[in-house]
Ligand binder design. Structure first.
Ligand SMILES: Cc1cc2nc3c(=O)[nH]c(=O)nc-3n(C[C@H](O)[C@H](O)[C@H](O)COP(=O)(O)OP(=O)(O)OC[C@H]3O[C@@H](n4cnc5c(N)ncnc54)[C@H](O)[C@@H]3O)c2cc1C
Length: 398
C-alpha cells in the first residue's frame, strides 16, 4: 500500500481558500530566521511589560498551532478534525512553571483532559510532560542517581503521586496516556518511573506509554531492553517514538560540560534508528501498542508497508500515527483517508503560557530546519489546483 502524500486536495479538504492563504503568509514569515528571533525577543518583552500583543499572537501563530486557551475552547477543532477522520490529543502546553501549586494545577488539568476525552468523540489518547509534574533540577538529580535529602525525597514522592494519579485516571476512564520525553539528563528518572507504572497499569492493556527519542544513539538498545523487560514481567509495552526535539541544546551542553554527545552523529543515523525502531515494534506487536510521532513521509510509509506485510488492519487500535496540529496535514489527512489511525497533538493553554511551545514551533519552521519549504510548497500546489479546477469547463451530463 502506497500513500500519496502529494494529494493536496485530501490534505487541505477542511481548509477554505482564505485559511490556506493565511497559513501561507504565516509560514512565509516564519521561514525567515531573523523574524523568528526578533519575534521571540519582542513577545517576551511585550508580555513582561503588559503590552497588548495577545490579540496579534492569537490570530496568527496561536491559531495555526493551538486548539484554544482551555480544554473546552478546543471543542470546535476536535470536531473539525474528527469530521475528516483525524483524532486529537489534548496537550496542555504550559511550560516553565516550577512551584508545587503549578505542578498540582497541571496534574489536575491533565486529569480533567482525560475525563473530557472519555466523554468526547475523537479524543482517544492523552499526554503530559514530565517537567509539568516536578522540578527540573529534582528530575536531574534523581536521574544522576544522587542521594536525595529528606525534603527532596518528600518532593519526589509528590511527583510519583502525580504520575500515579494521572495513570489511575487513564485507567479508570480508559484513555491511555503518553509521557513526553524532554532533555536526556532528566530522562532516566522518567524512564524508571514510567516503567514502574507500566508494570502496575499495563498488565491487561496499555494505559501508559513512554517516549523514545531516536536521535539519541543509545535508544534502539533501550527499546530492545524495554521489550525484554515487558516480556519477562508480563505487561504490555506502550511507546511513542519520535526523533527528538532538543538536538542543539543537547549538543551544546555535552560540549560545554565535556561529556560524549548523546545525539547521533548525523541525520541519517537518526533516521536509520527510527526506522529500525518501527521494525522492532512491529516484530513485537503482540506485546506492544505504539504511536509513531513523526512528520517524516518515508518513516510513515515504512510503517504503512510493514502493517500490510504483517497483515495488520489499518484501523488496528494498537498502532497510531501522530502529527502536531497545524503541521504536516498532508501526512495526517492522507493516512486518515486511507483508513489508518491518525491523531494530532492539539496544544492548549493561555496564550502567554504557551509561548515557549509556540517559539519552538516557529524555530522548527524556519527555512533552516526545512519544514517550511514543504508546507509552503503544498499550500501553493493546492491553491493552484483549486484555481485550475474552478476554470475547468463543466462536464456535460451524459
Ligand atoms: C506527535 C508528536 C509528538 C512528539 N513528541 C515529542 C516528545 O515527546 N519529545 C521530543 O523530543 N520530541 C517530540 N516530538 C518532536 C520530534 O521529536 C521531532 O523534533 C519532529 O517531529 C521532527 O522530526 P520528524 O520525525 O518529524 O522528521 P524529520 O524532519 O525527518 O527529522 C528531523 C529530526 O531529525 C533529527 N535530526 C536532524 N538533524 C540531525 C543531525 N544532524 N543529527 C542527528 N539527528 C538529526 C532531529 O531529531 C530532528 O528533529 C514530537 C513530534 C510529534 C509529531
Amino acid at each position: 500500500m502506497l500513500i500519496n502524500f502529494s494529494d493536496t486536495a485530501t490534505a487541505f479538504r477542511n481548509k477554505s481558500n482564505f485559511e490556506l492563504r493565511k497559513s501561507y503568509v504565516l509560514f512565509s514569515t516564519l521561514a525567515k530566521p531573523w523574524v523568528v528571533q526578533v519575534g521571540k525577543v519582542l513577545s517576551e518583552f511585550a508580555f513582561k511589560t503588559h503590552l497588548p500583543v495577545k490579540g496579534l499572537i492569537k490570530s496568527t501563530v496561536f491559531n495555526q498551532f493551538c486548539g484554544g486557551e482551555s480544554i473546552e475552547d478546543c471543542s470546535d477543532s476536535i470536531d473539525g478534525l474528527i469530521g475528516v477522520g483525524v483524532a486529537s490529543i489534548l496537550d496542555y502546553s504550559v511550560e516553565g512553571k516550577e512551584s508545587e501549586n503549578d505542578f498540582d494545577r497541571t496534574k489536575n488539568t491533565v486529569v480533567h483532559s482525560i475525563e473530557y476525552a472519555s466523554k468526547k468523540t475523537g479524543v482517544p489518547l492523552a499526554v503530559f510532560k514530565p517537567t509539568g509534574m516536578g522540578r527540573f533540577a529534582l528530575l536531574e538529580k534523581k536521574s544522576l542517581g544522587h542521594q536525595l535529602n529528606e525534603k527532596e525525597q518528600a518532593e519526589w514522592q509528590r511527583v510519583v503521586g502525580r504520575f500515579r494519579e494521572i495513570a489511575q485516571a487513564a485507567h479508570d476512564f480508559n484513555i491511555p496516556v503518553m509521557v513526553d520525553a524532554e532533555e536526556s539528563w532528566i530522562q532516566q528518572a522518567v524512564d524508571d518511573l514510567v516503567e514502574q507504572l507500566m508494570m502496575e497499569f499495563n498488565k491487561e492493556r496499555v494505559i501508559i506509554l513512554n517516549t523514545i527519542q531516536f536521535y539519541r544513539h543509545d535508544r534502539l538498545e533501550y527499546l530492545q531492553r524495554a521489550l525484554v523487560h515487558a516480556e519477562n514481567n508480563g505487561y504490555f509495552l506502550g511507546v511513542k517514538i519520535v526523533r527528538g526535539a532538543y538536538m542543539e541544546k543537547e549538543r551544546a551542553r555535552a560540549e560545554e560540560m565535556g561529556y560524549p554527545d548523546p545525539i547521533q552523529p548525523d541525520k541519517a543515523s537518526s533516521d536509520r534508528d527510527y526506522d529500525a525502531g518501527i521494525r522492532l515494534l512491529m516484530e513485537n506487536i503482540q506485546r506492544v501498542n505504539f504511536v509513531c510521532g513523526t512528520h517524516n513521509e518515508a518513516s510513515s510509509q515504512l510503517l504503512v508497508s510493514l502493517m500490510s506485510e504483517y497483515g495488520i488492519d489499518p484501523g488496528d487500535r494498537r498502532i497510531w500515527f501522530a502529527q502536531l496540529y497545524g503541521m504536516s496535514d498532508h501526512i495526517s489527512f492522507n493516512l486518515a483517508a486511507a483508513g489508518y489511525n491518525v491523531v494530532k497533538y492539539l496544544p492548549f493553554g493561555p496564550v502567554k503560557d504557551v509561548m515557549p511551545y509556540l517559539i519552538r514551533r516557529a524555530e522548527e519552521n524556519t527555512s533552516v530546519r526545512g519544514q517550511t519549504g514543504r508546507e509552503l510548497g503544498l499550500i501553493k500546489a493546492e491553491l493552484r489546483r483549486r484555481k485550475q479546477e474552478k476554470h475547468q469547463p463543466a462536464t456535460l451530463p451524459s
